[in-house]
Design a protein around this ligand. Structure first.
Ligand SMILES: NC(=O)c1ccc[n+]([C@@H]2O[C@H](COP(=O)([O-])OP(=O)(O)OC[C@H]3O[C@@H](n4cnc5c(N)ncnc54)[C@H](OP(=O)(O)O)[C@@H]3O)[C@@H](O)[C@H]2O)c1
Length: 236
């Protein structure tokens, strides 16, 4: 039996990944910062629910205790994320308007939140026979892609969100080296219609969740320290 925790799984890509992994036989914890939204999502999915705000130490510690008491964790999916610079599907805070506050808020969730969760759940993962971590990154994390003229990533004017996801990629490779017995990978779901972008994305959550679900089920001899979308390896 594989037990999986997905942060920010009350909606969007996390919710869809939960649905698919439950169908594949995983016991899934829907992590949700709002207990009521999480409860409703878990009820629809047939999942467990754990209240968890990735920016809040106390809630994360309580979540660790709850998951540990119920038997531990095999797969951690760091999915919770925000795109602070975007409003109604448009990037409103580009280089000219970026403030340290916007940068800090973005990093609080996407970067420090991810590290908080990893640090808190590592002891549980280390007790698993086949521990897996999936860090939901973005194509905008790639220095190679955002500097390749003519592709959509190049045209993205925001700074904070791409920088936060580049940090997620670095976190991924450094943890993968530190824990060679775990499979730890970063994934890019693709531009997906969710609340994150006011549903301006170009693909469904079914398609977007594909690579998250695949890397959550990676075998112990599968890749680690990689960066993938549904088509294969992405350039850093
Ligand atoms: N959609 C895309 O095109 C796209 C592309 C590449 C990467 N991604 C990444 O995919 C991941 C999922 O995004 P999505 O598109 O599914 O967006 P979404 O529908 O807005 O879902 C984001 C989830 O993160 C949760 N969240 C935000 N801050 C949190 C916090 N402090 N603690 C716990 N949960 C928190 C949200 O909870 P609430 O409901 O409480 O706000 C929600 O459940 C993100 O990491 C995003 O950067 C998305």
């Amino acid at each position: 039996m594989t037990t999986t925790l997905i942060t920010g799984a009350n909606k969007g890509l996390g919710f869809e990944a939960a649905r698919r992994l439950i169908a594949a036989g995983h016991t899934v914890y829907v992590g949700s910062r709002d207990a009521e939204r999480g409860r409703r999502a878990a009820e629809r999915l047939g999942a467990r629910m754990v209240q968890l705000d990735v920016t809040d130490d106390a809630s994360v510690q309580a979540a660790v205790k709850a998951v540990e008491a119920d038997g531990g964790l095999d797969v951690l999916i760091n999915n919770a994320g925000i795109q602070e610079e975007m409003r109604d599907g448009t990037v409103e805070i580009g280089a000219l308007d970026l403030t340290a506050d916007v940068m800090r808020k973005t990093f609080e969730t996407n970067v420090f939140g991810t590290v908080r969760i990893i640090h808190a759940f590592l002891p549980l993962l280390q007790r698993s026979a086949a521990p897996v971590m999936v860090n939901v990154s973005s194509g905008l994390a790639s220095l190679s892609l955002v500097t390749t003229a003519g592709i959509p990533a190049y045209a993205y004017p925001g700074v904070a969100y791409p920088a936060s996801k580049t940090a997620v990629n670095m976190i991924t490779v450094q943890y993968a080296k530190a824990f060679p017995d775990m499979r730890i990978n970063a994934v890019e779901p693709g531009f997906t219609k969710t609340d994150l972008n006011a549903h301006s994305g170009i693909q469904s959550v079914e398609k977007g969740a594909e690579i998250i679900v695949r890397m959550a089920q990676v075998s112990p001899d599968g890749p680690t320290g990689g960066y993938f979308d549904a088509e294969g390896t992405l350039p850093w």
